[in-house]
Write a protein that binds this ligand. Structure first.
Ligand code: 5GP
Ligand code: MG
Length: 181
């Protein structure tokens, strides 16, 4: 299927925003927080944020978790499954939870509860992209990169059917109907 890829935020814009977020977050972070990224979508964001935090003098530990949301099509069901659990002991630690996109809110709500259950002492949340118009459960991230409308996005680690993760920019991905090239 053909898709139209339209840049929303260039590589430079994204990296500048990541650096600004790190500067905003640094005063609220302990010297050695655990940065926990949700795979696979937040992999690139997490890698860049880790280094942006280092430039702010923060010495984070890195952890990851892979969650899957089951629903029909693009509608989130709210039923989240842990595909790959994190490995560090979170008990008593400050955890900075990162995801690529905050959409219905189900994924981040589930993840925060899971980190609490694992004993995390302080949890801060940060998403690169926020689509507030899509929310199904009340959730506000502590830090947001960009607020966007209800658009399907790809690039910077974010996929369409596993494609386009390698794009350095964040782009809108609009399917072209049959007969349109
Ligand atoms: P939520 O649980 O908030 O509905 O969904 C968050 C997850 O949905 C994100 O981690 C991301 O994987 C996925 N998601 C939401 N919007 C988009 C989008 O526009 N493009 C892609 N590829 N994934 C999205
Ligand atoms: Mg995701």
């Amino acid at each position: 299927m053909n898709h139209q890829i339209t840049t929303l935020f260039t590589e430079t814009q994204v990296l500048e925003r990541v650096a600004a977020l790190a500067a905003e977050m640094a005063p609220r972070l302990e010297p050695e927080p655990i940065v926990l990224g949700l795979l696979k979508g937040a992999l690139v964001f997490t890698a860049d944020m880790l280094r942006a935090l280092s430039r702010q003098g923060v010495k984070p530990l890195l952890d990851c978790m892979a969650l899957a949301s089951y629903g029909k099509g693009t509608i989130s069901s709210g039923s989240i499954q842990v595909r790959m659990d994190n490995t560090l002991d979170l008990a008593g630690r400050q955890v900075l939870l990162l995801d690529d996109i905050l959409d219905s809110g189900n994924t981040m709500s589930f993840a925060v509860q899971r980190l609490r259950d694992k004993g995390a002492a302080h949890i801060l949340t940060c998403v690169l992209l926020d689509k507030p118009s899509r929310r199904q459960v009340s959730f506000a991230a502590d830090f947001v990169g960009f607020t966007i409308p209800d658009t399907f996005v790809v690039g910077y680690g974010i996929d369409y059917a596993e494609h386009h993760r390698e794009l350095p920019q964040v782009a809108a991905c609009v399917p072209l109907g049959k007969g349109i090239s």
